[in-house]
Structures are given as C-alpha cells and as structure tokens.
Ligand binder design. Structure first.
Ligand SMILES: [Zn+2]
Length: 409
C-alpha cells in the first residue's frame, strides 16, 4: 500500500453495477481504497501521481469466489487428509491463495475446513498474499450427516470437531466456531445414501434426506445470528432447502433438486443461492465413467433448478466449490461466471454474481469500482459484457491498492 495516488486508465470500465459502463475511465487509488472514478481528463492529476495506463483493456472489480475450500491438499492423494500436518497444508493453501489472486480472485469465502480463519487472519495482517478471506471454519453437521462419510475411520472423523447432535451440542459448536474466529457458520443440511460410496450427495438430488431436525437447525441459526454471524447451508433437494429457508439462513449452497414452489420461496426469502456449477462441470468431464455420470446427473439438475430460481428472481452468487489440484485447481475460478451465463443469466447478471452481488453476501467493502471501497481492480484483455469468456483473460490485478499482476511490457 502506498500513500501516493495511483491513477489507472484503460479503454472502458464496468463498475460492478447494472448498466455501469464508462468509456475512457480513470480510477484514483489512495491508501488501498478507491478515491475517485470518472473519465480521463475530467480531473487534474493529484500531485506525484503514479499513472498506470492499461491501453485497450477493460476495468472490472476484482472477482469473488463465494464458495471454495482452502484445504491445501493434493486430491490425487487423499490420504493427505489424515497424514499431512496442518502447518504443511497451510503453506500449500498460501500458494493456492497466491494463484487465486493472480488469476483475478480478490475475495473468497472458505466454506468449511480447519484452516480458513487463520488464513483469513494471515492475509489481513499481510503475512501472505491472498484474496480477502471470509471463513466458516470447520463444517457443522450431525453424525450420519452431510460429511460423515461411512468410508472414513470413525475416530478420525470424530476429532475434526464438526459433529453436533441435539440442541445443546448445536449451540456449543457454534460458540466454538466463534472462538476460533469464524466469520460465518456452515451447516450440512442434506445427506445422500451411505450405500453410495462414490459421493455423499447420493444419486438422486431431489431425494436426499435431512441431516437435522427442524429444532436443531433453528438453534444453529439462532445462536449464529445472535452473535452476528451469517449462516450458509449445504442444501440439496426440496426438503433441505425448505428447512434451511424456514430457519432463516442467509445462503443456500448448491440448492438444486427443487421445484417451482421452493424456488419462489427462495426468491421471497432474500437468501442468496450459490449454485456451484463449476465443480460438477469439471468432474463430469474428468472423473472415471461411473463417477462422471453421477456428476453429470447433478449438473443437469443444477441447471434446471438455477433456471427456476432465476425465473422467480432469486439472488444468485458465484461460487465454484473448488478444493484444489488436480481435479479442481484453485485459480480458474472465474469460470463460474461463464457457466452461470451458459445456464441462462445475462453476461452482466453473471458478472454481478461474481462481484457486487457476492460482496454483499460476504459483507465486504469491495465488489464495485466506487469511491470508498477497497481498491480491488482488474483489467481484462477482452470485454466480458460482449464475450463472457473474457473473464479468464486477466492482464492486471490490484488488491487493496497493491498490484499482483501486470501485463507483459
Ligand atoms: Zn463446498
């Protein structure tokens, strides 16, 4: 961060808001924040200003991935989950965060895992370079619930500290997360069949069972909200999405396998839907055949449910559910916006889902090119409003006024 004013220029800008297009834009950045946005030549240059001209490129707010997992694992060798010490995983996660930043992701929500809160703190204090991190800490679910995979050794799963059964344990787990520095609470709301050893999601997205009783979910949400923490629920299928909405959660994660009435209820609730299209899209292509077919089934249902949610005007936020290499490497996360557009959103709606819409859900002062917000600014080679695939053509990345990527000279 520097005290001198940085002055950024390019051919055009999209501000992060509907209709927010500027030709020949100029952005002034002071002390890590956006100080002014306007047209080139409209204002005299501040004294000692440092001008960065990005030529024919297009400015956008930094992208936000509202659903990923900073686990620091190599998923080709899942035994790392048991055998790799957490400090080693944290260092690998730091490298993942650097990659995210360089590819234009300037804020993320870490949606379950032990490292999130400390990574958030390390970035905030400037020890490592990474996106702003909003972290859930470890998942909360019931025994035999969302992440209690029967193929995992029971003692090992127990020591993760994610189980909460019954009202008292639910309250206690939320309080533990608060002590650990979580920014939000992540609940496992739906669970697949344990006979399905491939994926916890089970084979029929519409028929997953509930992890929790209504009373347990109500207590989880009440305790989190009383402490000022939002709640996100992993909810697939009609029953889980309804239960979560009735309890007043702030976002529905995945959220597919729903019908017309639930889509209407979702839109009316004001809760955000984070459909996570990227993970099934990648796994349907890369997984071995029986597993790939499973992901494809979820992908088809996801798209149908998203279209219902859009029809009723639900708030959609971009999130990938990426976990790490080699199957879901952290970095190409902007692809979620391409997939949202492919599924029926306009390019601008998809971009809002990955910028200002996501910032509102994360509670961060970013997501738009507006004075007072964190100077999280990208320049792309192509114009993503004309061609959404340009979200992968990131030539310049600034986060909090610090430049992490520059176009070749
Ligand atoms: Zn996830």
């Amino acid at each position: 961060m520097t005290k001198t004013t940085q002055v950024l220029r390019a051919a055009s800008a999209w501000t992060g808001r509907a209709g927010g297009i500027l030709a020949a834009p100029e952005i002034h950045v002071t002390a890590g924040r956006i100080a002014w946005v306007g047209r080139q030549g409209q204002r005299p240059l501040p004294e000692g200003a440092q001008v960065v001209d990005l030529g024919s490129r297009h400015f956008l707010p930094g992208f936000i991935d509202a659903h990923l997992h900073l686990w620091g694992l190599d998923l080709a060798d899942a035994t790392g989950l048991w055998t790799w010490p957490l400090p080693y995983r944290a260092m690998r996660a730091a490298a993942d965060m650097r990659r995210l930043l360089e590819s234009g992701i300037t804020a993320v929500r870490c949606m379950g895992g032990p490292l999130g809160p400390v990574l958030a703190k390390a970035v905030r204090e400037g020890h490592v370079a990474g996106p702003h991190v909003v972290a859930a800490g470890e998942f909360i679910c019931s025994r035999a619930g969302t992440w209690d995979h029967a193929i995992w050794p029971r003692d090992w799963v127990d020591q993760l500290g994610m189980f909460a059964d019954g009202i008292d344990e639910c309250r206690k787990r939320v309080r533990e997360r608060i002590r650990e520095g979580a920014d939000l609470i992540k609940i496992g709301g739906s669970v697949g069949e344990h006979t399905d050893t491939l994926r916890q999601w089970g084979n029929d997205p519409a028929k997953l069972r509930l992890s929790y009783s209504d009373g347990e979910v109500a207590v989880l949400v009440e305790e989190a909200h009383r402490n000022g923490l939002p709640v996100a629920t992993h909810a697939i299928g009609e029953a889980a999405v309804r239960q979560a909405l009735e309890a007043g959660v702030d976002s529905i994660e995945h959220g597919h396998g729903i019908g017309e009435e639930t889509a209407r209820m979702l839109a009316g609730s004001g809760a955000a839907l984070v459909p996570t299209l990227s993970l099934p899209a990648l796994r349907a292509k890369s997984a071995p055949p029986p597993v790939a077919a499973h992901w494809q089934r979820h992908r088809d249902v996801q798209i149908a449910s998203l279209q219902l949610a859009l029809k009723h005007g639900a708030r959609i936020v971009a999130g990938t559910d990426f976990v790490g290499p080699p199957f879901t490497p952290l970095g190409p996360d902007a692809m979620e916006m391409e997939l949202l557009a492919e599924a029926g959103m306009s390019a601008e709606q998809a971009l809002i889902a990955g910028t200002s819409g996501a910032a509102a859900l994360l509670g961060l002062e970013t997501g738009a090119l507006e004075p007072g917000l964190s100077a999280d600014i990208l320049a792309l080679d192509g114009d993503p409003l004309a061609r959404i695939g340009a979200v992968r053509e990131v030539a310049f990345v600034m986060k909090s006024g610090v430049v992490y990527r520059e176009p070749p000279a």
